[in-house]
Design a protein around this ligand. Structure first.
Ligand SMILES: CC(C)(COP(=O)(O)OP(=O)(O)OC[C@H]1O[C@@H](n2cnc3c(N)ncnc32)[C@H](O)[C@@H]1OP(=O)(O)O)[C@@H](O)C(=O)NCCC(=O)NCCS
Length: 188
C-alpha cells in the first residue's frame, strides 16, 4: 500500500524518516489532548519519533503489519496502524489518533474501515480487535459506527506509567465484515 485515498480528502501513506520533525511538532501541539487517552503521548523529541518511524518500517519488513500516516493536504494529522499481527490466531488490533482540529469529519472511521478491510482482504485474517479505555466515547463511537462487537471489559488493567485502566474489547470477524463502505476508495 503506497497511498490510500480517503473520501474525506485525506490519504494514508507509510511514514518516511523525514517525517520525524513534523511528527514531533504535531504531537507536541496535541499532547495534552492525546495524553488523556494515550500513554505514549508524553514521549518527546524528534529522535523519539525517528525511532518510532524506523520501528514502523521494520514491521513492514517483518510482515508484522504497518502504521500509516494520515495526510490532510500536505500535513500529517494523525496515524492509524496495526499493533502487531498474530499469524497463529490470524488476528490483529488497530490503534490510532487524530489531531484535535481534524476531528468531526469521519476521517478516522474511514481510516479504521480501510485497515480492517485490508486485514481481511490482503492478509486473510479472521479477527480485528480494538481495545478502548472505558470512557473514551469518541473512540468507542468509531467501533460502534463500523459494527464492531463489544465483547467485554478488561478490568483495572495495568499499563506503563503506573496507570490502571478499564479497557473495553471490541472485535470484528471476517465473516461479519461488510466492506462495501469502501467501494468508492482506491489504493494506488
Ligand atoms: C478517537 C479519535 C480518533 C476520534 O476522532 P473523531 O473525529 O471523533 O472520529 P472520526 O474522524 O471518525 O469522525 C467522527 C465524527 O465525524 C462525524 N462525521 C462527519 N462525516 C462523517 C462520515 N462521513 N463518516 C463518519 N462520521 C462522520 C461523525 O458524526 C462524528 O462526529 P460526532 O462525534 O460529533 O458525532 C480522536 O478523538 C482522537 O484522536 N482522540 C485522542 C486519541 C485517542 O483517543 N485514540 C484512540 C485510543 S483507543
Amino acid at each position: 500500500m503506497l497511498r490510500f485515498e480517503l473520501r474525506s480528502g485525506c490519504y494514508l501513506r507509510l511514514f518516511e524518516e523525514s517525517d520525524a520533525e513534523e511528527l514531533e511538532r504535531v504531537i507536541a501541539a496535541s499532547r495534552a489532548y492525546l495524553a488523556e487517552w494515550l500513554d505514549w503521548a508524553n514521549a518527546e523529541g524528534t529522535e523519539e519519533w525517528l525511532a518510532f518511524i524506523r520501528r514502523t518500517r521494520d514491521k513492514v519488513a517483518a510482515n508484522d503489519g504497518f502504521c500509516a500516516a494520515i495526510i490532510d493536504g500536505d500535513a500529517i494529522v494523525g496515524w492509524v496502524g496495526f499493533d502487531r499481527i498474530d499469524w497463529d490466531s490470524r488476528s490483529t488490533s488497530i490503534g490510532y489518533w487524530l489531531a484535535r482540529d481534524r476531528q468531526g469529519r469521519g476521517i478516522m472511521t474511514e481510516a479504521v474501515a480501510a485497515l480492517t478491510g485490508y486485514a481481511f482482504d490482503a492478509w486473510k485474517l479472521n479477527r480485528v480487535e480494538r481495545r478502548i479505555e472505558v470512557g473514551n466515547q469518541r473512540s468507542a463511537a468509531i467501533a460502534h459506527r463500523l459494527g464492531f462487537r463489544e465483547e467485554g471489559t478488561l478490568r483495572r488493567r495495568e499499563r506503563p506509567g503506573d496507570s490502571v485502566k478499564d479497557i473495553a474489547v471490541y472485535s470484528m470477524l471476517a465473516q461479519e465484515w461488510d466492506g462495501s463502505a469502501l467501494s468508492n476508495n482506491s489504493a494506488r
